[in-house]
Design a binder for this molecule. Structure first.
Ligand code: CIR
Length: 262
């Protein structure tokens, strides 16, 4: 199967619910506003669709306040959907809803359950053209990655284990793929991408690192002018989106979709 790090035919998203203020967050702050988040989510879906992709929008799951961050309970790659084992107890049940939705999209024969024995969040997995980079974190442990490795390798991709510094929630909170050779990363992660060109996120603009390359566009949070200038100067076609509500519960652009080709 043709595999690209940034060309996708499909995405799956889930709308935020009224319970979004119950989402996990590392530090106290203002609650996200459910109506504003829903509007921003709609803009995000519109932007995904504008690149030509087919986008599934799943209904809110009120029992799971963080379920808008649909990237975490699954990994979709090489025509398969791997149902992960989220590392936060309050999110573990999201895997069942993810499975139900992904069986519809991929067919039951293409949905694989990560076996029990460890934890892995999709937010800790960066898929490049040739490999799957997994950052160990509070949500992803060695046992989980050991169980994921044979599945990924069976699909023809290699798997490399890296570390997520403890002040960063998920590996992809701090890095993103820009094209087959290039990664955008915060300074604290910049040294770990051997074999890739790295563009370093400017100091003070770290939330901008949770961006996505999706087809011809780079979706980036608005409000980070140094990052926007660097990426535009490097030739990327930027699309700026409001992620202020998602950020109040530690989410960003990558967390809100599963991106894949079928
Ligand atoms: C959580 O702590 O799980 C959510 N409040 C935020 C998840 C963001 N997802 C991601 O970085 N992949």
């Amino acid at each position: 199967m043709q595999h690209s790090s940034y060309l996708f035919t499909h995405a799956v998203t889930r709308q935020p619910g009224q319970s979004i203020a119950g989402g996990l967050r590392a530090s106290d702050g203002a609650d996200p506003d459910a109506a504003k988040f829903l509007k921003a989510h709609g803009d995000y879906v519109t932007a995904l669709r504008a690149t030509g992709a087919a986008v599934t929008v799943l209904p809110p799951l009120e029992a799971y306040p963080d379920s808008v961050f649909v990237e975490d309970p699954a990994l979709c790659v090489m025509g398969k959907a791997i149902i992960l084992r989220p590392g936060a107890a309050s999110r573990f049940g999201e895997r069942d809803a993810a499975r139900d939705a992904l069986v519809e999209v991929f067919g039951a024969e293409n949905v694989i359950d990560l076996p029990a024995g460890g934890i892995v969040d999709g937010g800790d997995i960066l898929v490049t053209k040739t490999e799957v980079l997994v950052g160990l974190s509070a949500r992803t442990d060695q046992a989980g990655v050991d169980l994921l490795r044979p599945i990924v390798e069976g699909l023809g991709l290699s798997l490399r284990i890296l570390n997520t510094p403890s002040h960063i929630l998920h590996f992809k909170t701090g890095c993103a793929i820009l094209d087959d050779e290039t990664v955008f990363a915060v300074a604290d992660l910049a040294d770990c991408f051997e074999g890739y060109k790295v563009i370093v996120c400017p100091n003070g603009e770290e939330p901008a690192a949770n961006l996505i390359r999706f087809n011809d566009k780079v979706f980036c949070a608005d409000g980070f002018p140094k990052t926007h200038r660097i990426l535009a100067d490097a030739g990327y076609d930027l699309l700026l989106l409001d992620v202020r509500e998602a950020a109040k519960v530690d989410g960003g652009l990558s967390c809100m979709s599963l991106r894949f080709s079928l």
